[in-house]
Design a protein around this ligand. Structure first.
Ligand code: FAD
Length: 405
């Protein structure tokens, strides 16, 4: 089945209706391209369902920073720590882990940080505009992020990341305990140092946001199809995307399938070094959130967000592949942490979730045209900042396909 040409006479298929594919489809439809957005299950059924919703233009530090090996080792020894590696999965993960470690060399870190800064820099403006365009301005809230540390020693572990933020002009204010409590009275006494980033923002319902973006894309002429693409084939003019019982054709195909992008590209001989960093969240639904903004428990690498339907704590990096079931011990750690840190959660019921962050060893997503295959576009690998970077990604894909850059 073919996608009818839009106002531009050009057609595109976007595979994956997570935050990246949804905004990309929206931008393409807006540009007059006949767009078909295809997802196995529907909008935000992957990683984009359960993230912390943080819009973090200041996240310029790559995941692998100098000294990463020592930090990883310390974290692995701590059963309550934020990093877990399933031993049986180690042989599969090893090549990725080696590349990850090599990306931590100082010269590379500087280059990666500059690229991340470019990608993130107007994220807050872009989300504010988008939320307003789709008629849901309430979903993006600009109240800053507050990162918390118990003491100077834990703060010092992140000194490289804070130095990078400073170098790239990120607005940061250091707070003492009184300053923390003034902003967020429910934070427990464990935390005595705050780093406040006033220009950061949050999406207060990541699932509804993607749903609304997809609805707005459809209003602009995009088509949403529920189907699982199993094979991509180039023909003389464009691309055919095959599922088990039908085919979809267009001039361009954008692969925005998160961690599943690898499986779609491998048969074409394209092997992105993508690995799942499994993350968890625990949602306290129906409670009045104890905070007003994203509060990061930086020593535990956990993000907390006051959502429109409750309170969420999200975090953990678990390297265990895509097949293994969620490990309830990981979410139990997050639940305990939330209850210990914030007043007001004692009687709240908790619900947990696990998702696959699509992570590149150098933290940099693949965005743009395939060098080898005409009409094939990459939009995946956003790791921990897919919400933040989805608008910039969509803009780059739209500019590439419409030739407007
Ligand atoms: C715990 C946690 C907290 C996070 N917090 C934040 C945060 O605060 N801020 C931030 O910026 N980022 C955060 N992230 C990262 C962010 O969620 C991801 O980077 C982002 O969701 C990736 O979006 P995506 O659209 O690339 O992939 P996904 O959301 O995974 O979407 C991919 C889609 O492709 C579909 N698909 C897959 N294969 C096929 C196929 N063969 N055919 C058709 N469809 C297919 C899937 O069904 C899915 O809907 C967090 C992640 C986690 C796990």
């Amino acid at each position: 089945m073919g996608a009818e040409p839009g106002g531009t006479g050009t057609s595109a298929i976007v595979i994956g209706a997570g935050i990246v594919g949804a905004i990309t489809a929206y931008e393409l439809a807006k540009a007059g391209i006949a767009t078909t957005l295809i997802d196995t299950e529907g909008p935000a059924s992957g990683c984009s369902f359960g993230n912390a919703g943080a819009i973090s233009p200041g996240s310029v530090a790559p995941l692998a920073m100098p000294g990463v090996l020592r930090q990883v080792f310390d974290m692995l020894l701590d059963p309550e720590g934020p990093l877990h590696l399933r031993p049986a999965y180690l042989p599969r993960a090893l090549p990725w882990l080696i590349r990850f470690t090599l990306a931590a060399r100082p010269a590379r870190v500087d280059r990666i940080a500059a690229r991340l800064h470019d990608l993130h820099r107007d994220a807050v403006d872009a989300h504010r505009r988008l939320a307003s365009e789709i008629g849901a301005p309430e979903l993006v809230q600009e109240r800053g992020h507050l990162h918390l540390y118990p003491d100077e020693r834990t703060l010092a572990k992140d000194s490289g990341a804070w130095a990078l933020r400073k170098r790239f002009g990120v607005n940061v204010r250091r707070l003492d305990r009184a300053g923390i409590v003034e902003l967020e009275p429910s934070v427990g006494p464990r935390y005595t140092i705050g780093m406040f980033l006033p220009d950061h923002a949050m999406v207060v319902n990541p699932y509804r946001y993607v749903e609304r973006i997809v609805a707005a894309s459809r209003q602009r002429g995009a088509r949403l199809a529920i189907d699982r693409i199993v094979r991509l084939e180039a023909d003389g003019h464009g691309w055919t995307c095959r599922s088990s019982n039908r085919e979809w054709c267009a001039d361009h195909v954008v692969v925005a399938a998160g961690v599943a992008s690898v499986a779609l590209l491998r048969p074409l001989g394209i092997r992105p070094p993508l690995e799942s960093q499994r993350g968890y969240h625990v949602s306290f639904e129906g409670v009045r959130p104890p905070t007003r903004r994203v509060v990061v428990l930086a020593d535990r690498k956990a993000f907390t967000t006051p959502m429109e339907d409750g309170f969420r704590i999200a975090g953990t990096v678990e390297i265990a592949g895509t097949a293994a079931p969620p490990n309830p011990r990981r979410s139990a750690v997050l639940e305990r942490l939330a209850r210990q840190t914030f007043a007001g959660l004692d009687d709240a019921k908790a619900k947990s979730w696990m998702g696959h962050r699509p992570c590149m060893p150098d933290t940099l997503p693949w965005i743009g045209r395939s060098a080898a295959r005409r009409g094939l576009w990459y939009a995946f690998g956003h790791g921990h900042t897919g919400v933040t970077d989805a608008p910039a990604t969509a803009r780059q894909i739209r500019a590439g396909i419409t030739g407007s850059h």
